[in-house]
Design a protein. Sequence first.
Length: 284
Amino acid sequence: MPPRMLSHDAYRVGWICPLQVEQIAAMLMLDEEHESLPQLPADHNVYKLGSINNHNVVIAGLHQPGNCPAATVVAQMRMTFPNLRYGLLVGIGGGVPVETDYGTIRLGHVVVSKPTSIHSGAVQYDHGRARAGDFERTGALAPPPAALLNAAQSLAVQRAMVDCDPVWEDTQRMQTSRRSLPRFKFPGVANDHLYQSDYIHQRAGASCEEGGCDPGQRIERPIDDGDESFVVVHRGTIASGELVVKDAELRDRLAQQYGLLCFEMEAAGALADFPCIVIRGISD
Ligand SMILES: [Zn+2]
């Protein structure tokens, strides 16, 4: 059967995936793909259209990471699909090794934005006045739509209560044995190394193994011998900014200041004009 063609008005959910790998993952979650639609010359996005559980979804990637590209993609997407109501910003992020109700944040876990008593779910950490070496946040970001927060909570309750886990079922769509998909799997606790925060890593841009970082500087942590097929989801404040935080001491200071669980680079741009829930898989 050829793919269906719907009207622009039929789409309610916008899904932004900054990286190509993230877009592949998003596409694999579609129940059905739809025919692409015409768009104005001023709209430079390339859309993938489809549905998930009868929700019509528009998927778009970014040609480069960052807040500005995210803001542009969202603005054009909303122009072409005027009825979009819910935004999902989905990708990888840098985890902060702190404790939540679901244990310590580790490699391969997921962080979902959720408002706390102080923050709206996401903070922009590089958009403030520098004061005494710290950033003072000046711009508050929009909270996720209430319907998505309720859905996230309902899913957490369901996962806690029943053995059949809908998240696990969805991950089974990733046939990691296929030649093109081996990266889409749990990275494994054996690769989850946390170094002392004052340790200077040997080679920027290289992994610790490639760069020859000293394994003696790793922090000994108890091996989490839980079920590796269970995706642990933490919910709380996500930090968005383009200042790449490579310095673990700065990471820890910002994290403590704002109660952060995760760092990423696009939420502040996407959220400027569109209520989104931010979902990040911890990749480093
Ligand atoms: Zn290293």
